[in-house]
Design a binder for this molecule. Structure first.
Ligand code: RB5
Length: 143
């Protein structure tokens, strides 16, 4: 699985922890920035990640900002992006099963960082259920 990951300054510390997890588990990824805690604008990184996922170059994306809110709103403006803002493991599993989310957003200033790694693990390993959920996802794509 190919992952693209991005953040703003508020998500930078958590991004580094997630990257360490991806490296330890030999998961292929590209980091599109930002690369420090210097203030930047999250929509730029949301767009970079969402475009790389929706173009098919990458299978999934991960986005981090302070709350996860702004960066998820921005990612969902890109057609084909289904970015889920998640702060618990049950939602991580359900958003894969029901929404086929292709981007995971979290808030680096909100979620405990060990919990965030659990969320990543569950989100990456859970499959879409299809069936009635596919009809609903297709309906989203028509918008
Ligand atoms: C940046 O200060 C902060 O607004 C951003 O990281 C994010 O929380 C926005 O939703």
């Amino acid at each position: 699985m190919r992952i693209v990951i991005g953040c703003d300054h508020g998500g930078y510390v958590l991004k580094k922890k997630i990257i360490a997890y991806l490296e330890e588990n030999n998961i292929t990824f590209e980091d599109v920035g930002s690369y420090s805690e210097e203030s930047v604008d999250y929509p730029e990184y949301a767009r970079k990640v969402a475009k790389k996922v929706t173009s098919g170059k990458f299978d999934r994306g991960i986005l981090l900002c302070g709350t996860g809110i702004g960066i998820s709103i921005a990612a969902n403006k890109v057609k084909g992006a289904r970015c889920a803002l998640v702060h618990d493991v049950e939602s991580a599993s359900l958003t894969r099963q029901h929404n086929d989310s292709n981007i995971l957003a979290m808030g680096g200033r909100i979620v405990d960082h060990n919990l965030a790694l659990e969320i990543v693990k569950i989100w990456l390993s859970t499959d879409f259920e299809g069936g009635r959920h596919l009809r609903r996802v297709n309906s989203i794509e028509e918008v």
